[in-house]
Write a protein that binds this ligand. Structure first.
Ligand code: ATP
Ligand code: MG
Length: 250
């Protein structure tokens, strides 16, 4: 299943104003892995994810999806393979209704009629927003927008799911629902998050970014036990590893 592999080779990104957001990032994620990319604000997480389906072009180095480098020629294939949920749902939702936004991807894949209907209903249901299908996306609450944005990607059944802060803005019930959904998605998953308990729960592997570089890449449990690394990268332990403030950790 090499077509589900994601590989970065010395990826570098410099924004037009001269900000060096990524410096020589290299890693390889293989089929079925569930990987978290964590780091402080401004570490480069969103910039990195935006390269995985060509929303940003590398200043240097290479992105490979499957057996091919990401180029203009492979971009349409990459966009079908990699489903991307942006950090800001407003960047993802642009149609007059929720239904049309979620149907947009399947229609672009060439699907029609009942299959599109089935995919839209299924995706909306999986994130618990079936009742919003006729609403205008710009009238939704922040958490509702986020869930619809996730549905726009689920409706395309991507082989690789990439999500930038998927639980931000979600209420506890919606967060739990999303975590269940992610656990059941058994293709490749890559997401950034400041929700470190979710990372610990869902991702056996974690990559730590710090000032545009990979500071660590390894088993999530090891990363969260490395106090020096956490301090250096302005990270904290997940709440579940901090001990209970009331009973003193028992
Ligand atoms: N369009 C842009 N032009 C110039 N600099 C940018 C642009 N977008 C991001 N940056 C800068 O690039 C760096 C990395 O930003 P990025 O958004 O990737 O961080 P992040 O790790 O996703 O942070 P957060 O946790 O806040 O989402 C930051 O220093 C940021 O100020
Ligand atoms: Mg970000």
């Amino acid at each position: 299943m090499s077509h589900h592999i994601v590989e970065l080779r010395n990826l570098r990104h410099v924004y037009p104003d001269g900000t060096v957001a990524l410096k020589e990032i290299s890693f390889r994620i293989t089929h079925g892995e569930s990987v978290a990319i964590i780091g402080a604000n401004g570490a480069g997480k969103s910039t990195l994810l935006l390269h995985l389906n060509g929303y940003l072009a590398a200043t240097g180095g290479e992105v490979r999806i499957g057996d091919y480098p990401l180029t203009k020629a492979t971009l349409p294939h990459v966009r079908r393979t990699v489903g991307m949920v942006f950090q800001e749902p407003d960047d993802q939702l642009f149609m007059p209704s929720v239904y049309e936004d979620v149907a947009f991807g399947p229609l672009n894949l060439g699907l029609t009629g009942l299959e599109v209907e089935r995919r839209v209903n299924d995706a909306l249901q999986r994130v618990g927003v079936g009742h919003l299908r006729e609403k205008a996306p710009y009238n939704l609450s922040g958490g509702e927008k986020k869930r619809v944005a996730i549905a726009t990607v689920l409706s395309m059944s991507p082989d690789i799911l990439v999500m930038d802060e998927p639980t931000s803005g979600l209420d506890p019930h919606a967060r739990r629902q999303l975590m269940r959904l992610l656990r059941e998605f058994n293709h490749t998953k890559i997401f950034t998050s400041h929700d470190l308990d979710m990372v610990l729960d869902l991702c056996p592997r974690t990559i730590v970014l710090h000032e545009g570089e990979v500071a660590a890449d390894g088993p999530t449990g090891d990363i969260f036990r490395d106090d020096d690394l956490l301090v250096r990268c302005r990270l904290e332990k997940p709440f579940s590893l901090q001990g209970c403030p009331i009973c003193g950790g028992r």
